[in-house]
Design a protein around this ligand. Sequence first.
Ligand SMILES: C[S@@+](CC[C@H](N)C(=O)[O-])C[C@H]1O[C@@H](n2cnc3c(N)ncnc32)[C@H](O)[C@@H]1O
Length: 274
Amino acid sequence: MFETEKAPADNSRTMSVARIYDYLLGGSNHREIDRQAAEQIKLLFPELEDWAWCNRGFHQRAARWLTSELGISQFLDIGSGLPTQNNTHEVVQAINPAARVVYVDNDPMVAEQATKLLQGVDGTVFIPGDLRDSDSVFSNPELRQLIDFSEPVGLLMTAVVHFVSDKSDPWRLVARCLDKLSSGSYLVLSQGTYDKQTPEVVDRATTLYQNANEQLYPRGKAEVERFFEGLELLPPYEGAKPGVTFGGLWGAEDPELADDDASRALYAGVARKP
Ligand SMILES: C[S@@+](CC[C@H](N)C(=O)[O-])C[C@H]1O[C@@H](n2cnc3c(N)ncnc32)[C@H](O)[C@@H]1O
């Protein structure tokens, strides 16, 4: 059994990080308790919805880039979230209809919705699983049927590692997943940051998430860069040096326009495994 930050609580009275995110993205799978938490955070950080869209936009731009420019045709999307419009398989299969996507999430409601939605969709599967127990995820027969580990994989971990505490060592957990992938695979990772936020915003958000199924651990830039140790970071946009950047800037056509308060609450990077 892997280590969890908190014992699972009664689902009806516990906020779910997946449902809060769904609410922010305009979905329909959320409860009053999730909406209230989001609205409480918005009182201090009105850009919260823009932040969610900024993160989702990064996820989609990076998946598209890996498919169209780098020829990646198989993806592992860990912490995939509730199915939204333009989910990963829709983005990558629009470019390469033969692309395969394995979705993984530890929220039972995500599992229920995603399994229904993906029924009959070629090249996709949903697997209930936890980043803190990647050995079970990687040994899943359905995953192994879809992913060829002798070929490069796009490992998508967007807005998920900030739900794993330092105590559980998310850096080791990410490295453990990468160890299983071949050279030429890519890590796409984003994480919420406190670097440009007031202590009040950070305190409000982390306190509210104490009542959620997963707690929130925002991090600084150096801690986010640690996720990419030993990898070759890509330049986030044309003319930039390789590195981790604020979320909206990655893949931006006009980085100046993309630089806003929502973007500055998210770090993002894409890197190749040598
Ligand atoms: C904010 S959503 C991000 C969804 C999607 N990756 C995106 O960026 O649009 C975070 C998702 O990670 C899932 N999650 C949180 N901790 C997890 C863990 N330890 N293992 C697997 N999934 C996790 C949540 O259930 C939720 O669906």
